[in-house]
Design a protein around this ligand. Structure first.
Ligand code: AMP
Ligand code: GLY
Length: 413
């Protein structure tokens, strides 16, 4: 199988790595890729927001299957453009992509399908929003409706801050104000072939920038899988109350969803509640999920294309995995790019280092984003996986590099 991975992040580096392990791979391309993916296949420097160009590139390189990593090309209709000309791909069409790209759309979907979620009010008018915030007497979160790379949510008690954030967002977007939910967060990844589904190991991301879950939200500073607090009974409840109604809702709307649906949950006192949907794998969650899948990725992709997921058994390695994001100085605020990074070689049995948006110049690696690398390690439990992952953080060195020191710690206090 000749495969093209779309994207340039650590999630796409991890996907390319997993495809590279397939016994059936006969060509691996990444567009645009990064300095890390260069070691695994051929990087194609094309504009992935130009759907016609992607189709042309697929045909020219005799590619059989396209794995679309990030949400933006999905929102831009890349999966539809590929399927229109019978090119198989992983990722939902533009209509379904609104589950992520519009909080207003996803909240309406949840309400229509009786999926438990936080109560909410939607605004498109500044005066109405201002009046609502000024009269508030309960704790809420304010969300931009559109895509915001994990930074579109404000949790604050300060009305001035809420007004500033919401009024700015309302200049070009809708705003959703939600009831504040207490509990612990779990991310569930559900693979769908348009009819059937399979649930992968649960994960927990660490969204706050700093140790102790302090500071602003980020795209994710580290993650673990599976989650020690999630037992079979809770998984069963999550499946019945959130996964099944989500899949039924997609099927009822004839969305023929072929890809992964990421359900961000808050496990509250009253059970699981959906915080958000994403229409792609999480980043950094993908970096730990892929190494814990034992099955051949090409076979999983075939089962999705052929709508035979019900009879396909996705085998897991049985390991726990932990990852840590290594970020540039200043992230999640303004950060510097173009910093030379030195990465030591490590043995895959010790761990993996995935690059995000890095590039090569004169054979040297340079950073090009806020979250620059993900280091990953596995173990027979979370504690071992975590110790192993921290051991390899010193294999990545660049000026201003930093990471959270407490990933997974709350699970074994
Ligand atoms: P979202 O992009 O909607 O998942 O929100 C990003 C993060 O903000 C979530 O992972 C939570 O940590 C937090 N968050 C979002 N909605 C709520 C809520 N209703 N109550 C409490 N925390 C929330
Ligand atoms: N790690 C959170 C996300 O991918 O949205």
């Amino acid at each position: 199988m000749r495969v093209l991975v779309i994207g340039s992040g650590a999630r796409e580096h991890a996907a390319a790595w997993k495809f590279s392990k397939s016994k059936r791979i006969s060509g691996l391309f990444i567009a645009p890729g990064n300095a890390g993916t260069e070691d695994l296949g051929t990087n194609l420097d094309i504009d992935v927001m130009n759907n016609d160009l992607v189709v042309k590139t697929v045909n020219e390189n005799r590619i059989d299957f396209v794995f679309i990593g990030p949400e933006i090309p999905l929102e831009n209709g890349l999966a539809d453009a590929l399927r229109e000309v019978n090119i198989k791909c992983f990722g939902p069409g533009k209509e379904s992509a609104q589950l992520e790209s519009s909080k207003a759309f996803s909240k309406a979907f949840m309400k229509r399908n009786n999926i438990p979620t936080a109560d909410y009010v939607e605004f498109s008018n500044k005066d109405e929003y201002t009046k609502y915030i000024n009269n508030l007497n309960s704790k809420v979160v304010v969300k931009k409706s559109g895509l915001a790379a994990g930074k579109g949510v404000l949790e604050s008690d300060d009305k001035n801050e809420m007004l500033e954030f919401g009024l700015k967002a309302l200049e070009d977007d809708k705003v959703v104000v939600e009831e504040f939910l207490e509990g612990f967060e779990v991310s569930i990844f559900v693979i769908s072939d348009g009819k059937n589904y399979k649930i992968l190991q649960p994960c927990t991301d660490h969204k706050k920038a700093y140790d102790g879950d302090k500071g602003p939200n980020t795209g994710g500073m580290g993650a673990i899988t599976p989650v020690p607090w999630v037992d079979a009974k809770l998984m069963d409840r999550i499946e019945k109350e959130t996964v099944i109604p989500t899949i039924n809702g997609l099927n009822k709307d004839s969305l023929n969803y072929k890809g992964v649906i990421y359900i961000g949950l808050m496990i509250s006192e009253n059970g699981p509640k959906v915080l958000e949907y994403n229409v792609r794998f999480g980043d950094p969650e993908a970096q730990i999920i892929f190494p814990t899948i034992a099955s051949d990725f090409c076979n999983i992709m075939d089962a999705i294309s052929e709508e035979s997921l019900d009879s396909y058994n996705i085998r897991l390695t049985g390991d726990s995995a932990v990852c840590i994001t290594i970020a540039a100085e200043g992230y999640p605020g303004d950060y510097t790019k173009g910093i030379n990074a030195k990465i030591d070689n490590i043995d895959e049995t010790d761990g993996l280092i995935f690059h995000a948006s890095t590039y090569l110049k004169d054979n040297l690696v340079y950073t090009n984003g806020g979250r620059c690398f993900t280091v990953v390690s596995t173990g027979n439990n979370t504690l071992n996986a975590c110790e192993n992952a921290y051991k390899i953080t010193n294999k990545v060195k660049f000026d201003g590099a930093w990471f959270r020191k407490d990933i997974a710690r709350k699970f074994f206090k």
